[in-house]
Design a protein around this ligand. Structure first.
Ligand code: C2E
Ligand code: CA
Ligand code: CA
Ligand code: CA
Length: 277
């Protein structure tokens, strides 16, 4: 329904209709990108909190159309989720990351790769079978793959989702709970979630050195997660102060601009080579 000026029927506010035009445009770009190979992945290092060396990498989607500014995931992932395109895009990202990780495995520099997974992907029939066939096709050691799920994902499908997550873990793939602290975040749920690791959201990390309450909550989350035998990783670490605080609070891994921004596969490989040398 079109906006018909001041006195006509107006189902959308001007901002809303603008937003839907923008999201229609992004949807078209996404469809084109999927068909023409314009999606890519960048890899952001995860480092050991105590030793500082790279112990993994998170795969992050990039969308660059020639001659245009890059689209940011925060712009296009929501559109992909609304339109269902996330299922194909997510499958593409998972396969691409596994192919890359398998390549590094073959070269004798195995490095665990984490891939983000949206709620719709998990709920869509056949997720396990697709994951299994990607692992078989690529020959990747499942221990080198980790899926990052949000609380939204884990909570969305009830018992069915929990069963699915158990199967995935039995296949040898690690699971981590992303953006921890921003959602429902009841620590008591944690004991029901079959996950190996928790990822403390950037929003907490940003404030820990300024806001004593955030610092206290973050320390408590880390301590409790550790007592439940989960690894804890902090994201968005930008300063030495944040890093020191998080290490002393018991974080096992860290990720953020302080250690490296998302980079090409080649650049990450270079970092790994230098680290050994
Ligand atoms: P996320 O999973 O929480 O990923 C972390 C985001 O923080 C990434 O943004 C990363 O580039 C950014 N970041 C990393 N270190 C720092 C830092 O030190 N400071 C600051 N300010 N930012 C930092 P990016 O790449 O723009 O991705 C945004 C979100 O898009 C991701 O948040 C994730 O939810 C989603 N996303 C990205 N790739 C995928 C994908 O393949 N599948 C799905 N479903 N979602 C994805
Ligand atoms: Ca993530
Ligand atoms: Ca986050
Ligand atoms: Ca996220």
């Amino acid at each position: 329904v079109k906006t018909q000026g001041r006195h006509g029927y107006c189902f959308y506010s001007p901002e809303m209709s603008q937003r839907s035009v923008a999201s229609q445009r992004i949807e078209n770009v996404l469809r084109h990108a999927l068909a023409h190979g314009e999606l890519s992945l960048q890899y952001q290092p995860k480092v050991d909190a105590a030793l500082g060396h790279i112990v993994g990498a998170e795969a992050l989607l990039r969308l660059q159309v020639e001659g245009k500014d890059a689209f940011l995931p925060d712009q296009f992932i929501p559109v992909a989720e609304d339109t269902g395109l996330i299922v194909s895009i997510g499958t593409w990202a998972l396969r691409e990351a596994c192919v890359q990780a398998r390549h590094w495995q073959r070269e004798g520099r195995p490095i665990p790769i984490s891939v983000n997974v949206s709620p719709l992907q998990i709920q869509y029939a056949g997720f396990y079978e697709r994951l299994d066939s990607i692992l078989c096709e690529t020959g990747l050691d499942p221990a080198l793959l980790e899926l990052e799920l949000t609380e939204r994902t884990v909570m969305s499908g009830g018992d069915g989702t929990i069963r699915l997550l158990r199967r995935i873990r039995q296949r040898g793939v690690r699971l981590s709970l992303d953006d921890f602290g921003t959602g429902y975040s009841s620590l008591s749920y944690l004991k029901h979630f079959p996950v190996d690791a928790l990822k403390i959201d950037r929003a907490f990390v940003r404030d820990i050195t300024q806001d004593p309450e955030t610092a206290a909550i973050t320390s408590a989350i880390i301590a409790m997660a550790r007592s439940l035998n989960k690894d804890v990783i902090a994201e968005g670490v930008e300063t030495e102060l944040q890093s020191t605080f998080l290490r002393e609070a018991g974080c096992s891994q860290m990720q953020g601009f302080l250690f490296g921004a998302p980079m090409s596969a080649d650049a990450l490989h270079q970092r790994l080579v230098e680290q050994v040398a």
